[in-house]
Write a protein that binds this ligand. Structure first.
Ligand code: ADP
Length: 507
């Protein structure tokens, strides 16, 4: 976590002074939306209205796409030398870091993200990803074929053109950077539609980009609703690629919109219901339980790779459940603007109601939670939710099957590795998994057997830096497709062109 310099009172004063401006940012300036419909964005921690945003419409999208198209076609971005493009992106990322407190505050207020976590997103995670993309530009090699001397034949990675990006609310700034940085590093221009719950940091990001020297029209942002702005962007015939992070249901809708319009290629990062599989040889169950909670409850459980299904070997089931309950109890919602808070409310009252309905449905088809208070859920009026732990609900239960996007852990047990693998793969998703064992062969068999884009085998709960963003990964099943990391992440935003020179033979 980042050391917060400001205290709760100072953040509160800054929050009261925020000048909200969440208008479309098109061709280098804030514009008025064409749409008359507006909606309110509320602080989930207090329920107070923060500001209002235009719902947006197809005209806003058309203007932004036209701006991005002109900026792409005249080469003001794709035609720059690579060194210049990289220097501009570096200046942009430096400016994000310089304004990290302002950006973090916007995210914290709009979705109730604890300010320390929002600062980490803005000061550490966003620049780390952005810089990785800038460095990757130099590793985006083409291919040269071996031919007779008169022929030079090669394939070169070209930018796709105008990229449309649609992002969710759980990491508003980071999600925006994850789309904007590789798209721009690869030479594209972009129209970004952030989540309706949390668009302020994305609009600020576009302003920062222009102030840092990026040409106008290269990064455009259109706030608004999914059914208006998102739909128009996905259906636009002049958008050359659509990059999406969000629910599986919306991802599937976008495939239809892409197919019904110009057949634009998609990069989809959708939902997950990822497992943490714990074998009996796992070391130190207390540490394992704390780590599982950190992976399942981080960001109030609103993370696509959240390991929310715990699959445990029979012989240690009782001990692990006890340790999990104790570890989960430590997560109590606090004021997001208090730098000491590690766990805030859910992102909105609507998100809270969705999670509550799933919890009540799950409990009514099974039995009550091992941790968590169902009665309190019925009468609660806010958006904060302490964690729930359920055990033995069965594999047909909605809490086992569906992504809650809230602080809910479900536990099932197994006796053999074959059963463990079957339980791990008993999901419509395939994003991530963690396997706890000290047995190399078991870890290897599980890692290769689990149908997910990333698997971590853990002999220890100790934390290492790991590989950062250098390795590619890709969702399976309902979790989407296409890599956002590694050089391949940049490659997702390019397309191949084969070029051949056939030259005259010297007489
Ligand atoms: P979440 O549950 O994370 O909010 P959604 O898939 O509903 O997931 O939202 C992710 C993003 O997709 C948001 O920016 C949202 O506005 C957008 N979105 C939602 N519905 C549509 C749609 N029909 N067409 C295009 N974008 C949409």
């Amino acid at each position: 976590m980042v050391e917060a310099v400001l205290d709760q009172q100072a953040w509160r004063s800054r929050a009261d002074a925020v000048a909200w401006d969440v208008r479309p940012f098109v061709d280098g300036a804030l514009r008025e939306s064409h749409a008359a419909e507006r909606f309110a964005v509320r602080d989930p921690a207090t329920g107070a209205v923060l500001h209002e945003v235009a719902a947006g419409d197809a005209r806003d999208v058309a203007a932004a796409v036209a701006s991005a198209r002109a900026a792409f076609d005249d080469g003001r971005w794709s035609g720059l030398g690579v060194l210049t493009r990289k220097a501009l992106l570096e200046a942009f990322i430096d400016a994000v870091v310089a304004q990290a407190e302002e950006l973090a505050l916007l995210d914290s207020l709009e979705i109730g993200k604890p300010i320390s976590a929002a600062l980490f997103d803005a000061q550490v995670l966003s620049p780390m990803f952005g810089r990785f993309c800038v460095e990757s530009v130099d590793r985006l090699f083409g291919v040269v074929a071996n031919t007779e001397p008169e022929v030079l034949a090669f394939s070169v990675a070209e930018p796709r053109g105008v990229v449309g990006a649609i992002t969710p609310w759980n990491f508003p700034l980071v999600n925006a950077i994850i789309k904007v940085a590789p798209a721009l590093a690869a030479g594209n221009t972009i129209v970004l539609k952030p989540s309706e719950l949390a668009a302020a940091s994305a609009v600020r990001l576009a302003r920062i980009a222009v102030e840092a020297g990026l040409p106008p029209g290269v990064l455009n942002v259109v706030p608004g609703l999914g059914r208006t702005v998102g739909q128009a962007l996905a259906s636009h015939d002049d958008v050359d690629m659509l990059s999406f992070t969000g629910s599986t249901a919306t991802g599937r809708l976008l495939m239809r919109s892409a197919g019904a319009s110009n057949g634009k290629p998609l990069l989809l990062e959708c939902g997950g219901k990822s497992p943490a599989v714990v074998f009996a040889d796992a070391d130190d169950l207390g540490a394992v339980a704390r780590h599982i909670c950190a992976e399942a409850l981080h960001n109030q459980g609103q993370v696509c790779v959240s390991r929310s299904r715990v699959i445990v070997q029979d012989s240690i089931k009782g001990a692990l459940l006890e340790a999990l309950v104790e570890a989960a109890r430590a997560y109590q919602p606090g004021d997001p603007l208090d730098p000491a808070t590690g766990f805030g409310p859910l992102a909105s009252r609507e998100q809270w109601l969705r999670a509550r309905d799933l919890i009540l449905a799950g409990a009514s088809q099974g039995h009550g939670p091992v941790l968590g208070d169902l009665t309190a859920l019925s009468s609660h009026g806010g958006a904060d939710m302490a964690p729930f732990v359920f055990s033995d609900l069965g594999r047909d239960n909605p809490l086992w099957r569906e992504e809650v996007f809230g602080p809910v852990i479900v536990l099932e047990s197994f006796s053999t590795p074959v059963q463990a693998l079957a339980l791990a793969n008993d999901t419509a998703y395939g994003l991530a998994a963690t396997v706890w064992t000290r047995d190399l062969s078991l870890g290897q068999a599980m890692a290769r057997g689990i149908r997910a884009g990333e698997v971590t085998v853990r002999a220890t709960a100790a934390e290492y830096e790991g590989p950062g963003f250098v390795l590619p990964q890709e969702g399976r099943k309902g979790s989407g497709f296409g890599s956002e990391t590694g050089v391949e992440g940049l490659r997702s935003y390019t397309t191949w062109k084969k070029v051949e020179f056939h030259t005259a033979r010297l007489a």
